[in-house]
Design a protein around this ligand. Structure first.
Ligand code: NZQ
Ligand code: ZN
Length: 407
């Protein structure tokens, strides 16, 4: 990922694509959870977050469906936002002790991510942190996992239908990621009704997150991907149309459904096929949420516009395309700086209009640790020269510059 030659043309298109997760989408589909799980095991570890699923009734619905299908249930509750490695270890221990043969995640991205690594822990020898890049010599990816079934309750990360997991090791304040084929859920039950209780701010952060998943490949991917460009633009425009409706009225099931479908598509790999783009905005944001425990989507809404202003200098035509196609801005020429600036300003205004922060101080973050953030970013992701992969590849000084511009 990320080291591929950027000047790829369509005639060079070469890729493989495989997403094995079965997707069951629609209001009320949680009632089919038991049947889906029973195909993979008869004792489930049901992983949940801090309690929202108990307050909104989805926990009871999930348990009822599982029991009706003859699946018995052990519980691991209390996965925190920006999930910690120690929580993953605690859940893995419960799964082991209880003899669970299938893992069910009912919650947001944090719950799903933690559950995935709990599933892999059953077969992983040694320290689970070894599967996450954190500056070590030998990284060992997980090769097997218990079957995972995801039931997202928040539209944001797309974790329900991808093979990624993002975990924080609390002692080192490092947040890192793993992607491995064994972490693909067997089934994702995506029921937009479950998202109706998501608070306004988290709804908005989710919209920002899903948009950022496609802007990463759109701005950092190889050249010559016209269909992927249109997919990405379609996701962005759909999220910009329906996201504000879901923010304005959480009970608008149609808006919830459109946003959730967009969030699935945004990171199940389809939009990114053949783009080979790295995720610099995510890598920088993960450091902020590791140090300050802010919501991932809120951190992205701060970093992304600042990063875009920085990156536009090296790839102006792409940012003109964004301005033109997303906001209908007419450029005076293919690299028109005014169109670029207006496109990014309008994007930032959109984020603000739905209630996302776009400056670090709004998240309570000052300038004292900017160098540390940059150092931590490149520990997790770097090229042969120690730079953060992306277009452009960024030195630590570049990362500091971007963050400083968002103070
Ligand atoms: O913990 P509970 O009580 O469930 O409350 C959560 C939490 O406080 C609440 N919530 C979730 N569903 C709800 C609800 N509240 C009311 N009603 C509901 N239906 O929302 C809060 C945030 O939950 P969290 O799971 O942390 O949010 P999100 O889905 O945005 O996940 C963020 C995590 O995913 C990682 C992020 O870095 C972050 O750690 N990511 C994972 C990715 C992946 N696996 O592919 C990709 C992403 O880019 C991202 O990095
Ligand atoms: Zn994200």
């Amino acid at each position: 990922m990320g080291n591929r030659q950027y000047l790829t043309r369509s005639i060079d298109m070469k890729f493989t694509f495989h997403n094995p997760t079965q997707l069951i989408f629609g209001a009320g589909t949680i009632s089919g959870l038991g049947k889906a799980v029973a195909a993979y095991g008869n004792k489930a570890l049901l992983v949940t977050g801090g309690g929202s699923v108990k307050r909104n009734g989805s926990f009871d619905r999930a348990v009822m469906s599982l029991k009706e299908a003859g699946v018995s249930v052990a519980e691991c509750s209390g996965v925190e936002p920006n999930p910690r490695l120690s929580t993953v270890e605690r859940g893995a221990e419960i799964a082991r002790k209880e003899g669970c043969d299938v893992i069910v995640a009912l919650g947001g991205g944090s719950t799903m991510d933690a559950a995935k690594v709990m599933a892999a822990a059953s077969f992983y020898e040694g320290d689970l942190w070894d599967m996450f890049p954190h500056g070590q010599q030998n990284r060992r990816l997980p090769e097997r996992a218990l079957p995972i079934i995801t039931v997202p309750t928040l539209a944001a990360t797309g974790s329900e239908m991808n093979c990624g997991s993002v975990i924080t090791k609390e002692e080192s304040t490092l947040k890192s990621f793993v992607t491995a084929p064994c972490l693909y859920p067997k089934v994702a039950i995506v029921d937009p009704e479950l998202t109706m209780s998501v608070p306004t701010n988290q709804t908005a952060f989710g919209v920002c997150d899903l948009i950022t998943h496609v802007t990463e490949s759109y701005f950092n991917g190889v050249d010559g991907t016209p269909l992927q460009d249109r997919f990405a633009e379609g996701v962005i425009m759909t999220a910009m149309e329906w996201g504000p409706k879901a923010v304005a009225n959480g009970n608008d099931l149609e808006a919830r459904a459109q946003v959730q479908w967009a969030s699935v598509v945004a990171l199940n790999g389809w939009v990114q096929v053949g783009t080979f783009g790295p995720y610099p905005v995510h890598m920088i944001e993960h450091v902020l949420s590791a140090h300050h425990d802010i919501a991932h989507g809120a951190g992205l809404s701060i970093v992304n516009p600042a990063w875009m202003r920085f990156a536009a200098r090296t790839r102006p035509a792409r940012f003109v395309q964004f301005a033109e196609r997303i906001f209908g801005i007419s450029p005076k020429h293919p690299e028109d700086p005014d169109a670029i600036a207006e496109g990014i300003d309008r994007f930032e205004e959109f984020l603000r209009s739905i209630g996302c922060p776009t400056k670090l101080y709004e998240a309570g973050i000052g300038d004292t640790l900017l160098t540390r953030y940059a150092e931590d970013t490149v520990i997790v992701a770097h090229d042969a020269e120690g730079r953060l992969p992306g277009r452009p590849a960024m030195t630590k000084e570049d990362i500091v510059e971007v963050l400083r511009s968002a103070l």
